[in-house]
Design a protein around this ligand. Sequence first.
Ligand SMILES: *[C@@H]1O[C@H](CO)[C@@H](O)[C@H](O)[C@H]1NC(C)=O
Ligand SMILES: *[C@@H]1O[C@H](CO)[C@@H](O)[C@H](O)[C@H]1NC(C)=O
Ligand SMILES: *[C@@H]1O[C@H](CO)[C@@H](O)[C@H](O)[C@H]1NC(C)=O
Ligand SMILES: *[C@@H]1O[C@H](CO)[C@@H](O)[C@H](O)[C@H]1NC(C)=O
Length: 632
Amino acid sequence: MFRLMLTVILLLVTSVGGSPHVHKHQHKDKVIARATTSTPDANLSFFPGPVTPCSGPGCATAGPPSSRLCPANNDTAWTGSSTAQDYTVICDIDFPATYNIYPFVLAGSFEECMAQCESFNAKRDRGEIHCEGFVFAPGRVLSSDDCYLKSSLDHPSSATISLIGTPSATPAASSSSSVFSPPKFVRSQLHGASVNHPTTKWVYHEPAKPMKLEDNLLKPGINVDLITKFDIASDTGPLTSALSPLNDELVDLSVVPHISRDGGKGGELNGHHLFIFCDTASFTTTNETHKGDMVGFTSSSVAVDEGWNGISGNSLSLVDGIGQWNDDVGRMRGFSPMTHGEESFNIVLSGGGYRYAVWPTSSIISLNKTHAIQYASLIYDEVNMFTQEAKFTALGNTLLTISVDEHYGPTAERTVKQMFSLAEVKWGTIGGIRSWGSEGIGGMDGKVYLFGQAPQGVLVARTDPSKVADKDSFEYWAGSTWTSGQLPPTATSFLIEHPIMDFDLFYSPYHKTFIMVYLTPHGDNTFYYRSLQAPHPIIPAYTTPNADIPDYDYVSEILLHPWSEEQTLYKAAIPPSGNFIYAGGVHAGYFGDEDITKGGKKMLISWTEQTGEDANTPKSGYAHMTAGVEME
Ligand SMILES: *[C@@H]1O[C@H](CO)[C@@H](O)[C@H](O)[C@H]1NC(C)=O
Ligand SMILES: *[C@@H]1O[C@H](CO)[C@@H](O)[C@H](O)[C@H]1NC(C)=O
Ligand SMILES: *[C@@H]1O[C@H](CO)[C@@H](O)[C@H](O)[C@H]1NC(C)=O
Ligand SMILES: *[C@@H]1O[C@H](CO)[C@@H](O)[C@H](O)[C@H]1NC(C)=O
């Protein structure tokens, strides 16, 4: 396997006295810089000089000759052109798990990138977000250079990042073509089925006693009151430090369960890679000679990626956190909290084939640095016990606010029990896209765009990040303007006009445009993509390039230009069961700075397929599959 070498220069500010932009915070500022080479055995000489001449405000003159910085000056002090600060250089270390503030800042030189970081910190109070360092990659984005501002320097790792497959030509950088070319598929690599590695300990706690409802509420049939009129049952949803303090006892599970689960999209949240599933069953010990017995069933669950196996082309390792277990035999608490109404109904009636489910089916939508959201589907499921045929009724959606508890794992709060209802477009259930504001990635300004699945295409709504729980704050794209009246499922002001089954849309800083990736309802085991054909490169900004567009932000461009023809991104093999694949999505951010959502060209796609085996066998009923895809 070919490896693309990356070198990191980490510059630690060691003197901050008198610096105008380092105010009350007494912690040290840190600055990273990174450059890429285009050949594996090139000299360790970065920021190849002379740097592209920089024009425009804020440009420093030539960048520092990095060959003199790395590796010779590793771990030594260095004084940049900045008069106020001293730095320390560290080479070959990357911080792939850290949060980029604005991955798409363009800077003509190393010095200019550093200036971006410093001026970011000099601006008004940004709450938690602070530029702790930066990464500079010359010539990476078309003909311009690329500058990453980092909000933390957690989880340092070696800066060698492998490419997918065996590239035939020089990857990345060097090409200084100024042609604005659309994203194109280059190659893909199948990783295979993800492997479950549940934690072997649980937080000992007395399970709450489920509430028993009155008999007249416990009969088959849809009763929305069970969703909306009851409190959250405290034995559902992941445990958190708040529910059960950290000094609680960690005890070995007496049986580490075998897990079988359906669905599995997710995304990156604060450096963690979340995979969120729908129906999940746990079983006693399951091996080649022994079929497990079912111990528990929930309609949602969550695991995190461990080890970043996908980066080296291998199948993912998914870990269920200690916050998932409700007892010592691996009965799960589930991801989405359930109401007493839903829980009680399920306990009494699920054996007869009737249940309420919460299915988080989209990729997560970033809200800010620490939180993401999902508008999870509310489902009433009725199974015919003779034919085993299931009839699912979508009762609208519920708002989950997601965060990661450092000790217990990912957790969700059920912020609105029922957000949109049966008759309405289920805005957000197929996902959305965050339009970051001037505070940068992780901030609380900007907009949240939500997609609505209509029979013949995809509709768009948007709101402010602080108002995602407030239906009345939503505005809807009516074709040429935004309207406050909710669009009906028959609306035709489509973002894209054709039926879709799964949908993701993201900004690619490398291509300076948006890309949509989707599966259609045709069941053809194929991921398709289209890119936005704007006549100009799209640079994230809140200032309008065109005074005619009211309320402009860069994401609103998705509604203003045509999309390219449908192209094939990935064709999956027909699953062993013979059924088609589903739950297809793009896991944004998986490849760190090489990720297509962060200025690179790689993306992790995932889907679910039925294995044709029983759920209580080692191959389970379902496999969560991933593949890496590289674009150019
Ligand atoms: C390394 O740098 C030297 C001097 O600039 C040059 O002659 C040589 O070709 C370079 N080697 C590689 C592998 O780029
Ligand atoms: C630079 O220093 C860091 C920290 O001391 C170390 O981890 C890294 O391997 C060094 N890099 C090189 C190229 O020597
Ligand atoms: C399979 O699991 C059963 C039940 O725990 C156990 O008795 C048996 O030894 C296991 N077989 C193998 C091959 O591990
Ligand atoms: C991030 O969003 C969450 C959920 O709305 C909120 O509780 C939190 O205060 C926000 N953080 C910041 C820094 O705004």
